[in-house]
Design a protein around this ligand. Structure first.
Ligand SMILES: [Fe+2]
Ligand SMILES: [Fe+2]
Length: 471
């Protein structure tokens, strides 16, 4: 389908042919821009940012890089190319043609899935809005803004689905997506991890490493959906998500690299006095972000998850590569729970354990990243000390909510938890340390001392390129 860039809203969904829908979205546009001004990246409206803009949905479509003032960014609606004769790949409707419209009996469930995904997109922009003031380099500042505009586009993607397929209540949900705000005590975002603050760049890189990876797995599960417009929307969003995780993973690897250099140079783990981030602090941020992201996958046993699957709305990660019946009526899957004060695995129906399965896919993917950080350390003669905490650690949702579990997976009492909490999770003092450490570095080619320079620039540009022109 051709990409139409001449419209106020660039798109490849032939928006110009549907006047009603086009008018509805053009009506939503000013509300979106107001939200961007008020809750998007702070004091950034005049900056010229070297951004990539989607001008097509194939690999070459990403080739367009130029300076853009972010309020002028062309947020568009792009769906991946349709697959001819696509069939539903799982659940009770397996083998039937994919739906091009919302099946009436699943309308409420589908809307809920779209709204929940849509809510995370503007939330992350809100959470990250003050980071520009402490950027470690123009390269990093540009990457932050790139992530921000793409999360804005992801919101557009979900709002398009709401407007195009859910009628009046879809339009109301689209308005509500701009009314809930991250951390707002009265109208918070739907999922707790999207109400936390992201106030320093260690948190930002952890966010793009863990939260955006959660996004990858949720989108991958929705990309299997029998509702074809949702599947195609998510498939295109996944191409953007890959860059967000690159920002997180490379940012964290650069921090670890600098810490390792300082550890070697000064022969100590305590690198804070030398302007670095010590690995103990780094580990605490892993513990925090990983654990709040595990909660994003929901209860270990969930009838909602089972229903979404059986209805054909949300599949598994890599559904078509899994060698089973894709209906799961009799299959079992192990889930962890608490039995007589200890953590133990029990078998559950695979259908109700789908959240747990997706969570484990996420964990395996996260582990590959952690291994990469440990390789950076090992290459510099430092034994592999970074790890993911136990999946029962610091959980607020599921079988371990309210249970005190150490990062090693030992159940402890509340007193012990309180006594050791700051060994395991970032403390107020850790946050204050980072706030103090992170002063903005905004001359081209310069990079803050707490992070190693990137390996290479963006779009073939050098490291001394002015990725953002500040105004
Ligand atoms: Fe996103
Ligand atoms: Fe993302």
């Amino acid at each position: 389908m051709a990409v139409d860039l001449s419209q106020a809203i660039p798109n490849n969904v032939a928006l110009a042919d549907d006047r009603r829908l086009q008018r509805a979205l053009e009506h939503w546009l000013p509300a979106y821009l107001r939200w961007w001004r008020e809750l998007g990246p702070a004091e950034s409206a005049l900056h010229e940012v070297y951004l990539r803009t989607a001008v097509g949905v194939d690999a070459r479509g990403w080739a367009h890089f130029d300076y853009v003032r972010m309020p002028d960014y062309r947020w568009g609606i792009f769906l991946a190319e349709p697959e001819p004769d696509r069939r539903i790949g799982f659940g009770a409707h397996r083998g039937e043609p994919a739906w091009q419209d919302v099946p009436g009996e699943y309308r409420a469930e589908l809307r809920r899935l779209v709204v929940t995904q849509g809510d995370t997109e503007p939330a992350s922009v809100e959470q990250q809005r003050r980071l520009g003031a402490s950027c470690p380099s123009l390269y990093d500042l540009r990457n932050l803004y790139q992530v921000n505009v793409e999360e804005g586009r992801h919101l557009w993607a979900m709002v398009y689905l709401l407007h195009a397929y859910f009628g009046r209540d879809g339009r109301e949900e689209a308005v509500a997506l701009l009314e809930r705000h991250a951390g707002d005590p009265d109208r918070p975002r739907i999922l707790q991890a999207f109400n936390e603050r992201t106030e320093d760049w260690l948190s930002f890189f952890m966010f793009t490493f863990f939260q955006d990876r959660d996004g990858k797995f949720q989108l991958a599960a929705l990309a299997e959906s029998g509702f074809d417009p949702l599947a195609r929307t998510c498939r295109f969003m996944l191409t953007e998500e890959a860059h967000h995780m690159f920002v997180g993973e490379s940012g964290l690897a650069r921090i670890v690299e600098r810490s390792a250099e300082l550890m070697r140079a000064h022969d100590t783990d305590a690198v804070r006095p030398f302007g670095g981030i010590d690995l103990a602090t780094f580990q605490k941020f892993i513990n925090f972000h990983y654990s709040i992201c595990l909660d994003l996958f929901g209860q270990e046993r969930s009838t909602n998850a089972a229903n979404y699957y059986t209805m054909g709305l949300k599949g598994r990660f890599g559904e078509d590569r899994i060698g089973d019946d894709h209906r799961l009526e009799t299959a079992r899957y192990p889930v962890l729970g608490l039995a007589e004060g200890a953590i133990a695995a029990t078998e559950a129906p695979a259908l109700t354990a789908l959240n747990e399965r997706l969570r484990r896919d996420f964990t395996a993917d996260s582990e590959r990243g952690i291994a990469r950080f440990n390789k950076v350390l090992a290459d510099r003669g430092i034994g592999a000390p970074l790890r993911l905490p136990h999946s029962a650690f610091h959980r607020r949702i599921g079988a371990f909510a309210g249970v005190h579990v150490t990062p090693e997976g030992q159940v402890v009492n509340a007193t012990e938890w309180q006594r050791r909490r700051e060994e395991w999770l970032p403390s107020a003092a850790d946050h204050a340390f980072l706030r103090d450490l992170m002063r903005p570095v905004t001359s081209p080619g310069h990079v803050a001392a707490w992070i190693a320079p990137p390996r290479r620039g963006i779009d073939g540009r050098g490291l001394d390129f002015a990725y953002v022109r500040l105004h």
